[in-house]
Design a protein around this ligand. Sequence first.
Ligand code: DX5
Ligand code: ZN
Length: 238
Amino acid sequence: MAFAGIAPSILSADFSRLGAQVAEVMAAGAKVIHVDVMDGHFVPPITMGPMVVDALSSEVHAADGVIDVHLMIERPERHVADFAKAGADSITIHAEATPHLHYTLGAIRDAGCLAGLAICPGTPVEAVGGVAAELDLALCMTVNPGWGGQPFIAGSPARIERLRAHLQGPAELGAEPDSQPAGSTVVEVDGGVDARTVRLCAAAGATLFVAGSAVFGASDPATAYLELAGAAGVRAAV
Ligand code: DX5
Ligand code: ZN
């Protein structure tokens, strides 16, 4: 299944050669390209919008990859259609960004994308409870959203475990964290992921690992991707 493994975040890429940077990591085996959208309101920085997704989508899809859009924007329901039209395969919204979570997650699925919900480090994992049935992905922020290159928050693995428990149906409670059942919600982590912390996240039950500076901040992003994939237990491309 495509939504697993290391998801390089283009936030840390060289934007003057964005297509080439994406091609480098995909040639090394990356299948999930993470796009961080920031609006200057939900988080202070302003980054990119649907135009960047549109510019990358042909290249990513031609290489059998997917585009994982992380919306760090207020009232994301106003922008779902534009990102879906641009080629997003998944759209993740923040639990703190709109009072209309159920509606927005439904709109994302109706637009043909996987629906994700992200929670900031200060948000109780119980926030996913009311919409667990509407979720394809649950993103546990392991830094405060807004910037790449921040240190991993130490209490995150315990939150990942609790998040998984809130997503699981009664029959799955007590299952081993590394045995995510087919069709269940993907648990994604984002922030401060490197060769050490990716192991902690995997042990806690995450299966999709966003990495920005650990990939594109390295002198050779393809090698950095492969090292992270190895640390996470992801099979390298053959
Ligand atoms: C932060 C973003 C992340 C960011 C992670 O708000 O959501 O996706 O790119 O960057 P690193 O991996 O450098 O912490
Ligand atoms: Zn992100």
